[in-house]
Structures are given as C-alpha cells and as structure tokens.
Design a protein around this ligand. Sequence first.
Ligand SMILES: [Zn+2]
Length: 393
Amino acid sequence: MHRSDKQLSELDEIVALSREYGVGHDWVIAGGGNTSIKTREWMWVKASGTTLAEITPEQFVKMDRKQLNAIWETTYPQDPDERERHALADLMATRAASEQHKRPSVETLMHALFPHRIVFHTHPTKVNGLTCAAHGEALTQKLFGDRALWIPTVNPGYILARTIYDLVETRRKQLDGAYPPILIMQNHGLVVVGETSEEIRSLNSEVISTLDEVITSHPQMEPLKNDPAELEEPRSAVARAIAEAAAGPAPVTRAFTCPELEARVTDTGALQALNGSLSPDHIVYSGHRPCIVHAAEGENLATAIHSAVRSYLAAEGVLPKVVLFAGNDHGRGAVAVGTNEKKTRLAELLFLDALKVLRYTESFGGVQHMPPDQEAFILSWEVEKFREQVSTS
Ligand SMILES: [Zn+2]
C-alpha cells in the first residue's frame, strides 16, 4: 500500500470510531474527550475545539512521534508557567509541516505517552460516577485490579501527562513491562488504549459493564420538561436579572425540570451536593456551581432571583450558567443561561449530566468534589482561553 493511502485509512478508522462514541450523551458531550491513532512515524490527534460526533479527517493534527517521544527526556523549568510554556512550544514544534495552522488537543501528550495504536479518551457519565466518588480510587483497584490505573486530579497540560507517564512507568515495573489498558482519571473521565478499534470497543464495554454490576442507584431523568408553563415566570425573571447584572442584552434562557432535579432541589442534603465542581467539562459548560434561589414563603420570586444573582456575582466573580429554584412554591426546576442558543443548551446538558453523575456516586461512597485549587485553575484557564478566542477572532 502506498504510504498516503495507508495514512488515509488510519484517519478513516479513527474518524469512524470517534463519531461512533460521539453520538448521544453517554460518552462525551460537546467538545469533550479526544482520540488519536498512530503509525510507526506519526500520530494524529483530535484538534482542540472540535467535537467527536462531527469530527472530520481534517480535524486531526498530524504529529511527529520521534519528536513527541523526546519531550519525556527533556528537563523543563521548575516554575509551573515557564514549564508549561516551554513544553507547549516543544509540542507545537512536533506538528508536521502541513499542520502549522492546527492546534492539537490540550491532552495531546497523554496520547503520545502510549505506544498503542489507538488512544481513546472520553468523559462517560457512569465512569464519572466513580471518578467523582469518595471511594473511587479504592473501588477502581477492587473492580479492575491491574487492568486499570487511577490518576489523581492534576492541572491540565504537560504536568498531567507527566504525572500519568510516571504512574504508568511505576505500574509497568510491577507488571513486567505491561501497560494498564484502562486509566480512570479522578474528577475527569476514562482513557482506554489498544491496537484495534475492536479492542477499544471491547475495553469501553468492559468498563461500563463492570460498573453496571455495582451501580444500585439510577437517576430519574424522564420525563424531562423544557420550558413548561409553570417555569415561565422564573425563566423570564432570570433573564431580566442576568441582563441587569451583566449590564448587557437579554441572555438566551431555557427552563427545564425532571424528577431527578425535583428530588434534589427539595432535599437540603442532596442540594448541598451541587455546591461544588465535578469535572472540567462541567465547569466549562455549566459553571462551577449553580445559583440557588431560596424564595421565602410569600416572597416575590423576581426579587429573590435578583438578589440571588447579585450575591452569586459578588461571591463568585462570574455570572451563573444555571439558576435553580429550591424549596419554594413557584415551581421546581432550573434555568440555563447563555449568550447564545448553543451555550444555553450546553449549560443544560452538562447540568443534567451532573445530576446523573451525582446519583451514580451514591453507589461508590458518595460525591467527592474537585479540590478547590483544581477548580480555581480550570476557572482561570477558561478566562485565558476566552481571551485567546477574542484576540484571534
Ligand atoms: Zn478529558
């Protein structure tokens, strides 16, 4: 086979597999997750800002494996900012000559550290039930043994890949050089590695069926109601409160509710579990925590919403992406807020995903939120990314 034909078939394979898992919301939502495929010389990795569901061959970035491998031998500065800047420059320099306009996924180095032909990283809801749980690490060991490796939360970028690299090498020494085919990443997601698409499917299925055997508590997501009449008043009050707090145009808002949400907002203990971050995706798309409105008996709802949004902005420094109505008689549910339809829809989707994750954590010892320093890092990182988009648009 001619080399370019060979590369074409590799790309077709990873595109098909990525799209297969991009469908629906069980494995990834929106831009979550990333995938790669290798030949002896090259690695193609998902470009930053693309979605698995709709990915095309052009949205993979071709990178030189020999140069990528050299990154593990490089000593970087101690200072975290300097270290990340140097490692990123080295990473960008590994792009093939034809790929200089593309930006590889922020998790590219995690793909490069495995010699396996396919590295497949997703954020499955059920797996995050385990990764966001108090007994996540102990149960990973108990349920998967040597097949899986638990990765504690680490800031994204070189340092995450380096941490995984070192943990994998330590494990390999115990396993006569064998690689663990499954990584369970705390407050983040799943990585599986293999030689064929079939192997990847089989590993993904193994992980989910293993978890299904121990999940005893399931979320009640149906019926899901969008913009029902009983939430119209709170929805429009949220739109006004956000526009006023932002001193800008009216945002796009969407009200929603489902049995799982109603159960959570009417139980003070269960509501408390929403007061923390689960994973980077949840922070990025639905905010690090919702704005919770407690309207007292007889209190005007619009007034309660205005003061809750103002307090949220003062305390958190950002506007909420989801506003919840808790324990009042004005209808039980939530309103997703965004500057456009897509952002609002994603805020809703990730919030619904968080509700599911929280329910699954009950089968794994209860929720364990992201550590505050990690949460702060992702929040500031988002601001950086936003600035970058603005400056390049
Ligand atoms: Zn990820």
